[in-house]
Design a binder for this molecule. Structure first.
Ligand code: 5AD
Ligand code: SF4
Length: 485
């Protein structure tokens, strides 16, 4: 509404309760935290800047490795103190634990951390307002039931207009030109090291119409690049408007038709779900950025089998060849686990050699972490910690070498960069190259939100520096005297 008096606004603000969400883990959690805020906005909660100023503090947790879940308990220790201090000052603060640790260890959290008022798993965020109301009334509850789960209901069940109101709120706070959009949740793959199928449940795809509607709303709010998210994003499938069953490739073509949606990305993919249509999209769809995160986890066939990855090293390398044939300049990135139970030095050497064969532009690498309830956790032949650390160091040195080679190969090229923000230095702006690396350019901040052609000039530590390319030359029209000469 126009012309609302400032004192009225602050009066409203005072009435609103404040929620602070602290997010751990993957992009999916970042996205979910925003959906939790949406659900709570309908119950009269506004965002707090800090935990200290909040009436409700939510931890959106990650259970993927042991270190990630340990962080939750130490944070809960700090929050217990904060809650106690607030109570002494006569202020009631509620504490909630959400996300994958909540799903996996809900009862344990309630037992170990009496300051926690509610526990809610990723399938149940639509129930947050009710759970918070219960907590305010003094009832501690755990909501981690898959049976009542309605995935995406927070996304697709919001009251009409609320999604737009959220985007308005975000747009005024922090303008984003690149955004995430969840299209798929859960996983049916059951890699033997991974908790995701247990914490996030079975694979579910979000319907095309809901995805397209959210993409359109994002674009209406100035977003020009969307990254489709899913634990197994390329397992996404759904009925298209033509009545046929679509895979991710078709979905990408469909979304690219939205005017103003200039760039598309997706993550994270499983090698078994890279179908022909998706590979063809990398060849034929200019909006699809030349970047593919394709985890292999290990280069050893023996370990791949023990991990239940259901593909061999040769299958993976064939796939890489097909993707590269479709899009020769594609940047490939990967996840690796070192020290999976039974991994010998020879198995590890196979992992190092697959890195050399593929030449990744980037990679995330982890020491194997036994997760409760997963098959690999109880295998007898666990690798000693010191060996895992030593292998991780060697692997990361190799990955860094290849990343530098890839990044250096972009120097001298002209690339389209979506400028997203000001740089640290005055007069500098920053955007991402098609290959995802930040690119710094000396140029006017008025270009932020536009896509410009940049000549990549030098390689920084984890970024590139470039200059705006001269505008494409106009066809030269001969001057009249030249024409008569
Ligand atoms: N130990 C170490 N790394 C793991 N990942 C998943 N589970 C484990 C585990 N138990 C890694 C995988 C996955 C990434 C998201 O996290 O590499 O691709
Ligand atoms: Fe976990 Fe494997 Fe599923 Fe990825 S594909 S989420 S690693 S079980």
């Amino acid at each position: 509404m126009l012309g609302q008096a400032p004192d009225v606004m602050s009066g409203l603000d005072r009435d609103l309760k404040k929620v602070f969400v602290k997010t751990y883990g993957c992009q999916m959690n970042v996205y979910d935290s925003e959906r939790m805020m949406d659900a709570l906005a309908t119950a009269g909660y506004a965002a707090a800047e800090t935990a200290e100023s909040a009436d409700l503090i939510l931890l959106n947790t990650c259970h993927i490795r042991e270190r990630a879940s340990e962080k939750v308990y130490s944070e809960l220790g700090r929050l217990r103190v904060l809650k106690g201090e607030a109570a002494e000052a006569g202020r009631k603060v509620l504490i909630g634990v959400a996300g994958c640790v909540a799903q996996a260890e809900g009862a344990e959290i309630m037992r170990r951390a009496p300051a926690v008022d509610l526990v809610v798993g990723p399938q149940s965020y639509q129930r947050l307002p009710a759970l918070v109301a219960d907590a305010a009334a003094g009832k501690r509850s755990i909501e981690t039931d898959f049976a009542v789960a309605q995935k995406f209901s927070v996304l697709d069940g919001l009251p009409r207009g609320e999604e737009s109101r959220r985007l308005d709120r975000e747009a005024t706070r922090d303008k984003n030109y690149s955004a995430f959009l969840t299209v798929q949740e859960g996983c049916d793959k059951f890699c033997t090291f991974c908790v995701v199928p247990y914490t996030r449940g079975a694979e579910v795809s979000r319907p095309v119409a809901a995805i397209a509607a959210e993409a359109q709303r994002l674009v209406a709010h100035g977003v020009r690049e969307v990254t489709l998210l899913g634990q197994n994003v390329n397992a996404w499938h759904g009925e298209g408007p033509d009545g046929n069953d679509w895979g991710l490739g078709r979905l990408l073509f469909h979304l690219a038709e939205i005017p103003g949606l200039d760039r598309l990305r997706y993550t994270t993919s499983h090698p078994r779900d890279m179908d022909d249509a998706l590979i063809a999209a990398h060849r034929d769809l200019p909006a699809l950025m030349p970047y593919l995160h394709l985890p292999v986890q290990s280069g050893s066939d023996r370990i791949l089998a023990a991990m239940n990855r259901r593909h061999s090293r040769a299958d993976y390398l064939r796939l890489v060849d097909r993707v590269r044939a479709a899009r020769p300049d594609i940047a490939l990135s990967c996840d690796f686990i070192v020290g999976f139970p039974g991994e010998t030095e020879a198995d590890f050497a196979d992992t190092l050699s697959i890195i050399d064969t593929v030449g990744y532009a980037a990679a995330f690498s982890f020491k194997y972490s036994p997760r409760p309830g997963t098959p690999a956790a109880t295998q007898a032949d666990q690798v000693p910690e010191a060996e895992k650390s030593e292998r991780l160091q060697r692997l990361q040195a190799s990955v860094n070498r290849h990343a530098r080679v890839f990044n250096a190969s972009t120097v001298g090229r002209t690339a389209e960069v979506l400028f997203e923000r000001k740089g640290k230095r005055p007069g500098q702006i920053v955007g991402r190259s098609p290959w995802l690396l930040p690119v710094h350019v000396d140029a006017s901040a008025t270009l932020i939100g536009t896509i410009g052609r940049v000549v990549i000039e030098t390689l920084g530590t984890n970024s590139l520096n470039g200059r705006l390319a001269a505008p494409a030359a106009e066809p030269r029209i001969p001057l009249p005297m030249e024409a008569t000469a």
